[in-house]
Write a protein that binds this ligand. Structure first.
Ligand code: PMV
Length: 337
């Protein structure tokens, strides 16, 4: 099989630059069955967004420690430790021990809390595996990216992706792959809420929900049905069914997190306002539906000819500081490949 990244194949002494884009789930991942291996308790379904891109450059360095430069700033602390643990996986797999300098930049505001770990770990997985001379298959790369962040597995394939929860204890069948032949040209309109979100990261939020929410098992039990309804509606290009299943799945995820003790509330007032706007626009005949991740920003999905109108309407709230619009993006790739 021809791999999309063999063109600029690993250069054991040089510099490798990889790109990956963030993805937004239509059917959400919320709950792990194995936190150490980052194994999801259920599948999920997403699309990669063209406008949210991370570029990561890696090279070997002499010295006792890895280095991480994030958006131009040398980075230590938790973010650094997490990235070093991730690179350790590749060092162990390749039987090599060199230290790595990692320079990673997001083309979107990280502070906005927009799925940056997905593009960061997908790009890092490709860059570092290539640096250490590994030629991973798309499936192997998705599995590696998953170890950094569950949703990163879905930023390896292009376009729409289906993530499998898998059944193997070692996670060898928990990966994402492209869903081919989707006729819909979906666009995302992201309403970035300006209020500083009260941060409960996804890992802590999922674990707290699993341990304390009385709704968690009901949430997990509903995901498989949502996945097949969503995939079928995508294939048929049926926006009405998509709106029901995607909004329903989002609200169920948030209801589950809100029912934890104490409850986790990611919605803020602009989120609720935007949600009502989306429903009002749909009632008026615009094909549009929403989702919300572990933060206050609402993502509306619509068709190309309605992007401008949806963006203009969502921009009218004083606490929505920015609107980002995006088409569907590419999978993880090497620069110049
Ligand atoms: O990949 P993580 O651990 O950041 O989790 C992602 C969680 C959600 O964004 C809320 C849902 C999803 O499926 O992307």
């Amino acid at each position: 099989m021809e791999l999309p990244w063999t063109v600029a194949a690993g250069n054991a002494s040089g510099v490798v630059t990889a790109l990956a884009n963030a993805n937004i789930a239509l059917i959400k991942y919320w709950g792990k069955k194995d936190p150490a291996l980052n194994l999801p308790a259920a599948g999920s379904l997403s699309l990669v967004l063209d406008a949210l891109q991370t570029t990561t450059q890696v090279s070997f360095i002499d010295g006792p420690q890895d280095e991480l430069i994030l958006d131009g700033r040398p980075t230590t602390g938790k973010a650094f430790a997490r990235m070093v643990r991730f690179v350790d996986l590749v060092r162990a797999q390749s039987g090599q021990n060199q230290r790595v300098r990692m320079v990673s930049a997001n083309e979107f505001p990280t502070a906005a809390g927009l799925a940056s770990s997905a593009s960061a770990f997908a790009a890092m997985a490709l860059a570092v595996s290539q640096l250490f001379g590994q030629q991973l298959s798309p499936r192997e790369l998705s599995i590696l990216a998953r170890r950094g962040s569950g949703s990163a597995a879905r930023s390896v394939p292009a376009g729409f992706a289906r993530m499998y929860a898998g059944s193997q204890p070692d996670g060898s069948d928990a990966y994402a792959e492209n869903i081919p032949d989707i006729p819909l040209n979906l666009y995302a309109v992201i309403a970035v809420a300006s209020a500083e979100p009260k941060k409960v990261g996804s890992t802590d939020g999922m674990e707290h929900t699993r341990l304390t929410s009385p709704y968690h098992s009901a949430w997990l039990a509903a995901v498989d049905k949502d996945l097949s309804v969503c995939e079928d509606a995508l294939r048929k290009g049926d926006i009405d069914v998509l709106a029901q299943v995607v909004e329903g799945n989002t609200l169920a995820m948030h209801a589950n997190a809100m029912a934890a003790r104490p409850g986790i509330i990611y919605f803020q007032s602009p989120t609720l306002w935007a949600l009502e706007q989306v429903r009002a626009m749909r009632a008026e005949g615009t094909p549009v539906f929403f989702t919300v991740d572990a933060g206050p920003h609402l993502v509306a999905f619509t068709l190309p000819e309605h992007v401008e109108w949806v963006a203009a309407r969502l921009a009218t709230h004083p606490e929505i500081s920015k609107i980002i619009t995006s088409g569907v993006g590419l999978g993880a790739r090497l620069q110049g490949a």
